[in-house]
Design a protein around this ligand. Structure first.
Ligand code: AMP
Length: 605
């Protein structure tokens, strides 16, 4: 019995659904024969929400109730939305605050999850109609760089639409599956995905039919829409708005810009007109206007290669994904940079959905999963705060996921029964320079001397990139766990900034780390000697006591002013000058212990 499962590409501009039909996996059309469903939803008071081209038709006359590119809103705060998207024509619900933006529509307040669910529901209905049965599950694709909050909201939307999510799959991995690249023996593939609103570059390595993502890069705020905006801005500089409302004017300019951009993919020049105004735009002029956007895409490719320590000659194939890769200016830039023409055999709008459909078919059990194995990577290192506000990395960046990794930690103070854990993300050495993901506590640790307790902290990143952190005290099995859904704002531009900062600061960071470590070591020695002096100070001659006091003072000063080498040197000197004192104390304590034992022996006999 063939079980029904679909792959869904929930795109910024358009969405698609694909499923197995006979021998192959294909995208499914609506009753009019259209495969692409515009990711646009229109809300009105009287009727159910319109989704797709009917909604798109209302973009101009009812922009306040017509939501497009909602994928850009997932997991974002209102401040970020406003910063990232110019000319947003919506009224946001003030009662929701900054962190959970929702749009006030004629049909009530709608948040990004509900709006995305409306799109998914429409696709699910289409699939059930085409396949004549009920769906048992779906694989939904997300950009490789989606953070946990964005992935979670995608899952929530699917659930709200009544879909069982078999897996969230990274878009580039889906594209590689669609191309059947798993049947190749080996090779390196760049997946270049320029959609309507997002840009992803992934470097995949194929080994005996297994995909591994070696590195990823991108920008969740770069896409075809930006080319439209560039053109619209260019037109705006030459036009004066007529009598129409600004929102209508802006929407109309964008529509003209988009149409011109499409035309330029098949023709050398286009005629633009608005009212009385008209102008001619050729490909060359378009390339000049968009040159900044184009070089951003190529720079990202360069960075991804550098991350994997590979060069352009190592790349065997470039796969094109996303409608915007139809632009000749983009194809030419790619061909020039990689010195080879990109692959584009499969419709770049459908390739991701088809790959997701193939995987859905495998996951629901219609096909052996041995055929391929999908591996993705986590984009930034995950770690934990340790003493001295330093970061201990547990899962380094670009580690293949799913993964579980554990490390043992211990208590710092005698009798410590609570351990605070601070989960951070990023490449820098100091906590302050990384992104804080979560804090939690492990309680009821049995009281022991410092350093005796064994606490295992494990990090688990599942196939969807969601992180669980568990801390366990090993002698009692006492556990504490947290699922991390980081708040907002980790998109690819933030990731690239964080990576850039870690590159720029590598030298300084290393010195800061070694200073912090040297300071900690010095502090522990000073504290140990001070408490020993409190107890056994009488063992010290005045001379010895002065010498130790002297070095301690020098070390204290060095700890606030000097570099790690000097702190290390003085710590060693302190060890040396206090060596005799330590030996005397040890003798004393051994003698006391022996005396205690002989008394015990006497009593026993
Ligand atoms: P997506 O549906 O996310 O892959 O993105 C669609 C994007 O591709 C939109 O920005 C479209 O304007 C753009 N696009 C589609 N076809 C063409 C074309 N022939 N030339 C230029 N851009 C295109």
């Amino acid at each position: 019995m063939h079980r029904l499962a679909v792959g869904i590409d929930l795109g910024t501009t358009n969405s698609l659904v694909a499923a197995r039909c006979g021998a192959g996996v294909e995208t499914l059309p609506d009753e009019k024969g259209d495969h692409l469903l515009p990711s646009v939803v229109h809300y009105s008071a009287a009727e159910p929400a319109l989704v797709g081209s009917e909604a798109k038709a209302r973009l101009i006359d009812d922009s306040a109730n017509t939501v497009s590119s909602v994928k850009r809103f997932l997991g974002k705060s209102l401040t970020e939305l406003r910063r990232q998207n110019r000319h947003l024509p919506y009224e946001f619900d003030a009662a929701r605050g900054d962190t959970a933006p929702a749009i006030v529509t004629a049909a009530g307040v709608k948040d990004p999850v509900q709006i995305s669910a409306d799109i998914l529901r429409k696709l699910a209905e289409r699939a059930e109609h085409c396949l004549k049965g009920s769906l048992e599950g779906a694989v939904i694709t997300v950009p490789a760089y989606f953070n946990d909050a964005q992935r979670q909201q995608t899952r929530d939307a699917a659930q709200l639409a009544g879909l069982k999510v078999l897996r969230l799959l990274n878009e580039p991995t889906a594209a590689a599956v669609a191309y059947g690249l798993d049947s190749n023996d080996q090779g390196k593939v760049i997946v270049f995905d320029l959609g309507g609103g997002t840009f992803d570059v992934s470097l995949l390595s194929l080994q005996k039919g297994v995909f591994e993502v070696l590195a990823t890069g991108g920008d969740t705020n770069l896409g075809g829409d930006d080319f439209d905006h560039i053109l619209a801005d260019w037109m705006r500089t030459q036009l004066s708005p007529g009598t129409e409302p600004v929102a209508v004017f802006n929407a109309r300019l964008l529509q003209i810009a988009n149409a011109a951009k499409h035309q330029l993919s098949s023709e050398d020049e286009v005629e633009l007109s608005y009212g009385e105004w008209s102008a001619c735009l050729n490909r060359e002029k378009f390339a000049t206007l968009a040159s900044e956007l184009i070089s951003r895409t190529i720079n990202t490719c360069r960075r991804v290669l550098r991350d994997a320590s590979l060069s352009v000659e190592d790349v065997d194939n470039i796969v094109l994904v996303g409608g915007s890769t139809r632009m000749p200016v983009i194809r030419e830039a790619i061909a020039e940079f990689f010195a080879k023409a990109p692959l584009s055999d499969i419709d770049p709008d459908k390739v991701v959905a088809i790959g997701a459909g193939i995987q859905a078919d495998v996951l629901i059990g219609n096909k052996s999963a041995d055929n391929f194995l999908l591996l993705d990577v986590n984009p930034l290192s995950l770690g934990i705060e340790t003493m001295g506000e330093l970061v201990e990395k547990i899962i380094p960046r670009n580690t293949t996921i799913p993964i579980v990794k554990a490390q043992e930690f211990t208590t710092f103070k005698d009798g410590q029964t609570v351990m605070s854990l601070h989960v951070v993300q990023g490449e820098r050495e100091l906590v302050a320079d990384c992104r804080s993901l979560a804090r939690f506590e492990l309680r009821d640790i049995p009281a022991m001397v410092a350093g005796a307790a064994k606490i295992r902290v494990s990090f688990q990143v599942d196939a969807d990139g969601l992180l669980s952190v568990t801390a366990e005290e090993l002698s009692t099995g006492k556990k504490s766990e947290i699922q991390v859904k980081p708040s907002y704002g980790l998109d690819s531009s933030v990731i690239s900034e964080m990576l850039q900062a870690s590159h720029d600061n590598a030298q300084v960071d290393m010195e800061v780390r070694s200073i912090r470590e040297a300071q900690l070591e010095a502090r522990q020695l000073i504290d140990a000697i001070s408490s020993a002096r409190d107890v056994d100070g009488a063992l010290l001659s005045e001379n010895e006591s002065d010498r130790i006091g002297n070095v301690i003072r020098k070390l204290e000063t060095a700890m606030t002013e000097a570099g790690s080498n000097q702190i290390h040197a003085l710590t060693e000197e302190l060890n040396r000058v206090s060596g005799n004192f330590a030996a005397q104390r040890m003798d004393l304590h051994i003698r006391e212990a022996l005396r205690g034992e002989s008394i015990g022996n006497v009593e026993e006999t």
